[in-house]
Design a protein around this ligand. Structure first.
Ligand code: IMP
Ligand code: MG
Length: 173
């Protein structure tokens, strides 16, 4: 059993910040066509909200990765479960993630996607736990910095549950 102990970011605050992020991305990529790469499954809800706030031509693609480890700790060994369907060659690619914790997953993904010769490659994350970082990853946009707590909701899960909460909450395993 587990329980929600505290709401960390409420729905209105999430929506307002994601709107700002979309506006910033719209400025950054003015005149370009974007390829948004969502990391399944956690980034799906963030990506769908963010994409609607980006006023540019854009396409979506998705990857699924699994990082070996327990349900709350990543190991840095990343396996690709589902690869992209589109070529990245010459594209402006923005990786959309739910949360950066140790950074190990994104460090791997960033280097892996970079080797496919995109015109540009950047990272956008809804949440960041900077205190837990083990490797430095180049993140362009961060929604919220959060403390070292295990959070769920808005796409994030604990044992696959709570992804559909419309806010970010702390869960006690
Ligand atoms: P990293 O490789 O340690 O940066 O871990 C990144 C992945 O671990 C994220 O994409 C999430 O799937 C998962 N993760 C890290 N922290 C949390 C959390 O607080 N709640 C839910 N999932 C998390
Ligand atoms: Mg994830």
């Amino acid at each position: 059993m587990s329980e929600i102990t505290e709401v960390l970011v409420d729905e209105a605050t999430l929506k307002a910040r994601i709107k700002e992020m979309g506006e910033a991305i719209t400025k950054d990529y003015e005149g370009k066509t974007l390829l948004l790469v969502g990391v399944l499954k956690g980034a799906v809800i963030f990506l769908s909200e963010l994409a609607q706030r980006i006023k540019l031509p854009a396409t979506f693609d998705f990857m699924a990765v699994s990082s070996y480890g327990s349900s709350t700790e990543s190991s840095g060994v990343v396996r690709i479960l589902k690869d992209l369907e589109e070529s990245l060659e010459g594209r402006h690619v923005l990786i959309v993630e739910d949360i950066i914790d140790t950074g190990l997953t994104l460090d791997y993904l960033y280097r892996h996607l970079k080797s496919r010769h995109p015109a540009s490659l950047n990272i956008c994350t809804l949440l960041d736990k900077p205190s837990r970082r083990k490797v430095n990853v180049p993140v362009k946009d961060i929604g919220f910095e959060i403390p070292d707590r295990f959070v769920v909701g808005y796409g994030l899960d604990y044992n696959e549950m709570y992804r559909n909460l419309p806010y970010i909450a702390v869960v006690r395993p």
